[in-house]
Write a protein that binds this ligand. Sequence first.
Ligand code: VG1
Ligand code: CO
Length: 547
Amino acid sequence: MNIATVITTPFSDQKPGTSGLRKKVTVFRTPGYLENFVQAVFDTIDAPPGSTLVLGGDGRYHNREAIQVILRMAAAAGIAKVLVGRGGILSTPAASRVIRKYGCFGGLILSASHNPGGPEGDFGIKYNTGNGGPAPEKITDAIFARSRELTRYRIADAPDLDLDRPGRHGLGDMVVEIIDPVADYAELMESLFDFAAIRTLIGSGFRLCFDAMHAVTGPYAREIIEARLGAPAGTVINGVPLEDFGGGHPDPNLTYADQLVAIMYGGDDANPAPDFGAASDGDGDRNMILGRHFFVTPSDSLAIIAANAALAPGYADGIAGIARSMPTSAAADRVAEKLGVPCYETPTGWKFFGNLMDAGKVTLCGEESFGTGSSHVREKDGLWAVLFWLNILANSRLSVAEIVHRHWAGYGRNVYSRHDYEALPSDVAAGVMAQVRGRFADLPGQRFGDYRVKFCDDFSYTDPIDGSLSTGQGLRIGFEDGSRIVFRLSGTGTEGATLRIYLEAFEPDPARQRVDAQQALAPLIAIADQLSELKQRTGRERPTVIT
Ligand code: VG1
Ligand code: CO
C-alpha cells in the first residue's frame, strides 16, 4: 500500500471546545482541514502497535466522506484495526459502549451534536480515550498545540470502503470491521433496566412517543422501544436519520422539538396526549423528558433518577455518588445528601466526569443541558435516561407529573431556567462578561429586592483525581437563600458567541411549587439584566432560546 506524505500549512483555529472541534461544514471542507486535525490526534495519542480504534458519527452531511479520509489516515498511522458503525453510524453513547466493550485504544466520533447539519450546517470531530469518554483537557490541549505546528500529514492511497457492507475489510495492513451500530448498545441497556416490567407497562395501555428528530437515535429507539419493548410501530417519530436532520435543529428542548411538544401538550378528553414523551439530539447523548402536558427540567430529571435509582436492576445496589456540572441546579445535591453519598460540582462538559467515574467516586452524572448518564459508559446517554424513566414509571405506576410533584414536596423545588442569547458578536458577549466580572468587587453584601449577594466568583475546578486545574468556567453570583445566577459563554457554537444565563431559586413550600418557572424567576431575571447591562449591550429584548 502506498502512503503519501502531504505538505500542509497548519491551521490556527483547531482548538477543541466543550465537546470536540466544531466548525461549519464549509470549514471542514477546506483542503487539509480535517486531515490536519486528524493527524494532530494521531501524533498526540501515539497509539501503540496493534491498537484498535472505533469510528462513527451521527450520520450528518459529510459523515461518510470524513470516515473514508480518517480510515486512510488511520492505516497510514499504523492502526491495526478500526471498528466502524454500519453506514458510518454510531451514536455518541454507543461509540463509548463499543470502545469499552472491546477494550479499544480510543475512538473518533463525528458529530456536531445538536447543531444543525447539511452543506451550510455544522460538522464536528471528537477524540475519546480508552475509558470510552471524551479526552480530558490535557489531551485536547496537546492536540491543539500539535495542530498548530504540523507541516505534513500521512494518508494511504486506497479506494473508498463500502461502509454499508458488514464484516471485515482490508485497507492495506489495517482491518476495518463494519459492525452493527445498535446491537452492543441495546444489549447493555437490556442488562441495566427491567425490560419485562416496561413491556408490561406498555402492554397495559401506557402510551409513549419518542422523537428521534431525524437524527442518530432513530435506529436505536426503533430496536429498543418498538422491537424489544413492544411499543407499537410509529411510537418512534422522525426515526430515519437524515443528513440534514430534515432541515431541523436536532436539539431536544421545548423550542426545537416542537412536533413532540405539540403531541404531548395536545389531545382532548376523548383522545388524550400520550403518557410519556421523549426526544434526543443529533448524536444521541441528550434527552428531553415530557409527561402529558408536563416538562421535566433536566436538573430535576437527574435528581429524580438518583432518588429512584434502586428501582432499576443495574443500580439496585445503590449509587456511589453524583456529579453535576456547575450550572446544573442543586436538586441532585439534596438527593445525594439524603442518600449519604457525595455530590461533585464540575465545569460544563462531560469530559470532567470521566475521572470521577473511573475512580468509582460517582455513578450518576448530569448537566442542565439535557444531559444525563452513568458509569455504564463515559458519555451522557439520551436513550438510557428515557429507559430509566420508563423503568421508574413501570415500577411506580404514577404519572410523570405526579413523580415530579412528589419529589418537590419531599426535597423542595430548585426552580430553574437557562436563557441563551445566540450568535452575538463576540466582542459584545465578551463585554457582557467583563461587565459582570467588573462588579465582583462590590457585589457581596449588596441587596437586590429580596435577594442579598453572598458571593461571586469565576468558577474554577481542581480535579480531585489528577489535580488538574480548569479556570474561567463561568461567572457565579450566589445569593444568601441559595439562589444563583451564572453567566457563561458557550464552547460549542460556530457562529459568533452564545451567552448562557443560568437562573436558579429554591422553593421549599409545596403550596408555591407549581408556579411557572419564568414567573418564579422573574426577579432574578431582572437582576441578571441589571448587573450585566444585557439588553443595552446586546440590543436584544429577549433570549433566543429559553430552556
Ligand atoms: C453545551 C452544553 C454542555 C454540553 C455540551 C456538549 O456546551 O451546555 O452542558 O456538555 O453542549 O453537549 P456549551 O459549551 O455550548 O454550553 V452535546 O450534546 O452538544 O455533545
Ligand atoms: Co449531543
